[in-house]
Design a protein around this ligand. Structure first.
Ligand code: ZN
Ligand code: ZN
Length: 255
């Protein structure tokens, strides 16, 4: 953490998870099969193989979408060549379908917080090579508006970011960004309305320093990239030297 104040949400979550670990034997965070004590990934081999693509895919560097057509000389697909991007790249764990889609949906339930933490560690392990090349100095999750958080009681990008940062050996700051206004859920809007919906929706919280930092912005799903783009705009405006995005699942352009 970069702030002088303790993050009470993080402390509470950690102690709750440690207590659960004490009371119950370790199990796979996806299918609940028993695991050997000391299994750091908290996920069985079968589930890990189902969640992570076995064959490398060619992706657009800018938006992370899987590419059939060859990218341009800057590695971008035809969808994002003309866009105004505030982040430099998107690195997804996989596509938003099959087992990974189911896992991302389960992560939204507070009872499945250990799953979000396990997915964060899996992301760090599977993407260690591309992520290490980015020179990241701070990991920041996309926050929820407090009204939605009250209803949901968990924000999976917070947990993914926390365990991803821990596994990468980099600082994380779960309170860096704040949503300055309530926005409609992006998934219920037409793709053309999404940028407008999140326009100037984020700012960097007072007292949180991102000046000169290379920030890794973390979210669970990326579709048009509008949410991450506005969050990256806020980080760059506050002095971040560069922003990259890491998401658990990349949805198809027409989702
Ligand atoms: Zn499993
Ligand atoms: Zn693209």
């Amino acid at each position: 953490m970069t702030t002088a104040f303790p993050d009470w949400r993080q402390l509470w979550r950690r102690s709750r998870i440690q207590l659960t670990d004490l009371l119950f034997p370790p199990e796979c965070a996806v299918c609940h099969v028993d695991l050997a004590a000391g299994d750091d990934l908290a996920m069985c081999v079968d589930c890990r193989q189902q969640l992570v693509p076995q064959t490398p895919t060619r992706r657009c560097r800018q938006c992370g979408a899987e590419n059939a057509a060859p990218p341009d000389d800057r590695g971008r697909c035809s969808h994002c060549r003309d866009g105004r991007w505030h982040f430099a790249s998107v690195t997804p764990l996989g596509n938003y379908d099959g087992s990974l889609r189911r896992a991302v949906l389960l992560m939204k339930l507070w009872q499945r917080e250990p799953l979000s933490l396990a997915i964060g560690r899996l992301t760090a392990e599977s993407l260690s090579e591309p992520l290490s090349e980015l020179g990241i100095s701070l990991v920041v999750p996309i926050p929820m508006h407090w009204t939605r958080r009250l209803w949901r009681a968990t924000n999976s990008p917070d947990l993914v970011a926390e365990s991803l940062a821990h596994a990468m050996g980099v600082n994380d700051d779960g309170r860096c960004l704040v949503r300055v206004r309530h926005t409609e859920q992006q998934s219920i809007l037409a793709p053309t309305k999404r940028a407008e919906n999140v326009h100037h929706a984020f700012r960097v919280r007072d007292g949180h320093d991102v000046n000169g930092r290379v920030v890794l912005l973390v979210d669970d799903i990326l579709t048009t990239g509008a949410t991450c783009n506005d969050a990256a705009r806020a980080l760059r405006a506050a002095g971040a030297s560069d922003v990259h995005v890491c998401v658990v699942a990349r949805a198809a352009h027409n989702a």
